[in-house]
Design a protein around this ligand. Structure first.
Ligand code: GLU
Length: 289
């Protein structure tokens, strides 16, 4: 067994990110309760192993759209689409949490909600408070469930996607490992959906400029907002903050315990602490073209 993979067995503080496309039915956009249930069971088991778990989950906007019968409604202007997005997330976030609370309670776990924006990181007092809240929740044995506060996050203060958000959370709480569950097996030399010759990359020891450039052209699924590009931004934040990161396919949610058993799943981005990396400065520079 690769010794870096073997080290996964000792990881104590773990952030798991799951995207909307992994939580909803492709055909209808409705919540996939079986997958949510499997996710919660895996996370509860990780907690029961004595590890700390934070879940970063999307799905608020998707859940809200469905609840409000907005699935096929077209929005024409940016202002309108922002208002629609915010209304959908206000409805959907509550639904999402209700479902998580219910399933986590079945496994005897206490779930907590944390909603963040860019300002949570940029403002010193906010960042300090967020850090303390996470620490306290983990100390109390709760499972923090994080999403962007989409109901108030306008373009200027939004992080914009949950790949980046999850890496920010991992850096903020000094996590040992960040796992991005996605609809792709990991990193390839090219987009495998378009290029059959694309090769799988099991481990990235260094995030080279060439690699970062490679991710730029890819887009995500139609449901979430993350493609490979946002995953590579997440990899930069995580690895520079001394957090290992793994991208793995959420097709089988059991991949979570296999990763923590040291199995060779997904792509591992190896942590390399960079003393010069400044989280608030990096977050402040996001979306500034
Ligand atoms: N925060 C958004 C939501 O909960 C999703 C962002 C993303 O998919 O990356 O719907």
């Amino acid at each position: 067994m690769n010794h870096l993979r073997e080290q996964m067995r000792d990881k104590k503080r773990i952030v798991v990110k799951i995207g909307s496309s992994s939580l909803t039915h492709r055909e209808t956009g409705d919540m996939d309760y079986i997958r949510m249930e499997r996710l919660v069971r895996e996370l509860s088991n990780i907690r029961n192993q004595g590890r700390e778990v934070i879940l970063v989950t999307s799905g608020a906007i998707a859940a809200g759209k469905n609840a409000l019968n907005m699935k096929d409604v077209r929005v024409d202007s940016r202002v309108e689409s922002l208002a629609v997005k915010q209304a959908c997330s206000a409805v959907g976030q509550a639904r999402l949490m209700m479902t998580y609370q219910k399933i986590f309670a079945e496994y005897n776990q206490v779930a907590a909600q944390i909603l963040m924006t860019k300002n949570t990181i940029l403002d010193n007092l906010n960042r300090y408070n967020a850090h303390n809240t996470f620490s306290e929740l983990l100390k109390l044995g709760a499972i923090p469930i994080v999403n962007e506060n989409d109901t108030v996050a306008t373009y200027e203060i939004e992080i914009g996607d949950n790949d980046t958000l999850s890496a920010i959370v991992a850096a903020l709480v000094d996590a040992d490992l960040l796992i991005l569950l996605s609809d792709i097996d990991g990193l390839y030399t090219d987009d495998p959906r378009r290029n059959p010759d694309a090769e799988f990359i099991g481990q990235v020891d260094e995030l080279t400029d060439e690699l970062l450039e490679m991710g730029k052209g890819t887009t995500g699924s139609s449901v979430g907002t993350g493609g490979m590009n946002t995953k590579l931004v997440a990899a930069q934040i995580a690895t520079k903050s001394n957090v290992d990161m793994i991208i793995a396919n959420s097709r089988d949610i059991g991949v979570l315990h296999r990763i923590l058993d040291g199995e060779n799943e997904g792509t591992l981005f190896v942590a390399h602490e960079d003393e010069r990396f400044d989280l608030p400065v990096f977050v402040g520079s996001l979306h500034k073209a």
